[in-house]
Ligand binder design. Sequence first.
Ligand code: MG
Length: 457
Amino acid sequence: MTQNADAPLVLEGSFKRASAPSQLRITDIRIAHVTGAPMRCPLIKMTTNQGIEGYGEVRDAASPQYAAMLRRHLIGENPCDVDRLFRRIKQFGGHARQGGGVSGIEVALMDLAGKAYGVPCYQLMGGKFRDCIRIYCDTDTHGRPDGRAMGEALCKRMQRGFTFLKMDLGISQLAGTTGTISAPLGYLESIAKLQRQTREAADEAAPAEARRRLYDANNVPHPFTGIHLTEKGLDALEAYVAEVRSVIGDEVPLAVDHLGHIAVEDVINLARRVEKYHLAWLEDAIPWQYTDQYLRLSQSTTVPICTGEDIYLKEGFRPLLEARAVSVIHPDLLTAGGMLETKKISDLALEHGVAMAMHMAESPIGALAAVHTAAACENFYVLEYHSADVDWWDDLVLGAAKPLVQQGFITVPEQPGLGIESLNDELIAQHIDPTSPEVWTPTDEWDSDWSHDRLWS
Ligand SMILES: [Mg+2]
């Protein structure tokens, strides 16, 4: 939008606005389940009686039903009452993907409220601290077998303008190297066998029993696996980081994720080994629920300790922050409870002198919701981007400036709501989940659902 500062305000484009926000009502909620952007992204479309549409998204790789089941609480309501409706539905969310429905609906409400009043979403959170949002580019180990290959991949990210990097580092990289991991004999092999059985069949055709057993195996928290790093394993992981640093240099921030299910003592050993490579943070090294272990870890190393992408609501972050157990929090607003709740989480962290990075592995809808929130949060640090290798990613949305990510930043949109005029239904149809092939699947089946849900008697 280009404006002469003295000219009367004229908004460009074909964004539809409601003329009567107080009379705005939600008439329908539909879901389109996109795959590969970079993961499964259940997109939400909320329609109204005044022709404007709100867009939201359930957390990456979550069930769309987490949003669909909320329908009976929302149809006929005014979406501009974001906080009132959020408080009505928040009991139906939970940690990790289970927060995805409540959070995604909140984003759609915020989008509608912004469009109804003609203001960008960041303005609904008190205005902005910055015009551009720094993006960090996540890079997994797939096809990058050693530190040199990872370093070269990260250099390519920097050549595209990214100023902040993250890579995976963990026990999965040691698989097959004798003497690097100590675990009850046969334990790792049994998990590998389950993974093979599940992977070799298509998801829906995989033996149900193997799927359930793999789910249970992956759900064993770190302290109970009995997996430890040997001296040789620590040497190998330290050498990997050293090699990466030798390629990318010392100056660019480098965060690390996906250590694997090792106990806090092993994380401390590894953290101390890599202190000299000045990591930006060590992420989700142990389950976020173990506040005491996070405190021990933080007090045992100078590597900044980070967690938060699976925590629902401000209440979930409070123990870690009050214990001074982390240096960086890392909420995903599509788990945390949406945009306003993430703003509250940011303010709580701010009080404790903790920076807020943000997790984001979703479509441009989730990305722009994060961008507006990041703009409105004083202690925002850097936002994740998982789709650097998906060339159609930002074509999913229409009306936003393209490419969305430019030289490692996203510009905060000034258009109403999230800054998305409409969605590219043709592209959505090309990438629709084959198990749910209808673009904009109705959720009417939840109209007749009923339950006495009060939390006390
Ligand atoms: Mg992570």
